[in-house]
Design a protein around this ligand. Structure first.
Ligand code: SAM
Length: 241
């Protein structure tokens, strides 16, 4: 996984724009809005890649806030660190790490994050439920987890476009760019990603509350949001593991 993402890091942003027709930017803006970020908040962006979502979060929390972008791929983080942040916006700090073993204390101690975001990252984790559990663990009570992901539409024109694009055109583009394995993998990881309603169930199972989800414009991406209950007596989902 790490070496595959290291290899695509230099072309990742351009390929994303091409693959989604630029919609990825709009989807990221929706994710930031759903996180309800405000000045001074502490945010963790998991599987941050080249840092687009982390930088958008940094703009939303302002100079008194703090954003950490964490990723498994050193090359992705190198690309992220090379990107400029606009004047007056704090630069996110980038950290090499595994989403399944976040190097932070539990948020229930009060010293965690006010929001965790993950964009196009959850489907890459070998255990989606364990990843959600780990992200929930580092959130403070009342905080939000936002999951942005490409998802397979069930019906209609979006489904036809999705199948043509992600199953046929994207692997071909990858081959043209001599990164065939990575973009074939993308197609396969999308196939293995659970349906949106199941992702919502998993979020409930790990102890999040008020879980909601919706399709984003184009019908090829979903946004899930859940909150950590304020009352600490609520289940953390460990019992159901
Ligand atoms: C499709 S990219 C998404 C990047 C970014 N979030 C965005 O919005 O464009 C997926 C990222 O997940 C990272 N990744 C995969 N498995 C991971 C893991 N176990 N822990 C942390 N990052 C991981 C990859 O290195 C890659 O940068």
């Amino acid at each position: 996984m790490r070496s595959m993402f290291d290899r695509i890091a230099p072309v990742y942003d351009a390929m994303n724009t091409l693959m989604t027709g630029g919609l990825d930017e709009r989807w990221r803006r929706a994710a930031i809005a759903a996180a309800r970020l405000g000045p001074g908040m502490r945010v963790l962006d998991v599987a941050c890649g080249t840092g687009k979502l982390a930088r958008a979060a940094a703009a939303a929390v302002g100079p008194r806030g703090a954003v950490v972008g964490l990723d498994l791929s050193a090359e992705m983080l190198r690309q992220a660190a090379g990107e400029a942040t606009p004047a007056g916006v704090a630069t996110p700090s980038y950290l090499l790490g595994d989403a399944l073993a976040l190097p932070f204390d539990s948020g229930s101690t009060g010293d965690g994050f006010d929001a965790v975001t993950i964009g196009f990252g959850l489907r890459n984790l070998p255990d989606h439920r364990a990843g959600l559990h780990e992200m929930r663990r580092v959130l403070v009570p009342g905080a939000r987890l936002v999951v942005l992901e490409i998802a397979e539409p069930r019906t209609g024109l979006p489904r036809l476009l999705y199948l043509t694009w992600f199953r046929r055109a994207v692997p071909l583009l990858g081959r043209l760019l001599q990164r065939g394995n990575a973009y074939r993998y993308l197609s396969e990881s999308l196939r293995a990603y659970p349906a949106p309603a199941r992702v919502a169930e998993l979020m409930n199972e790990v102890g999040l509350t008020d879980v909601r989800w919706r399709w984003l414009p184009s019908g090829m991406a979903t946004l899930h949001v859940g909150r950590v209950p304020i009352a600490e007596s609520v289940s953390t989902g460990d019992e159901a593991a």
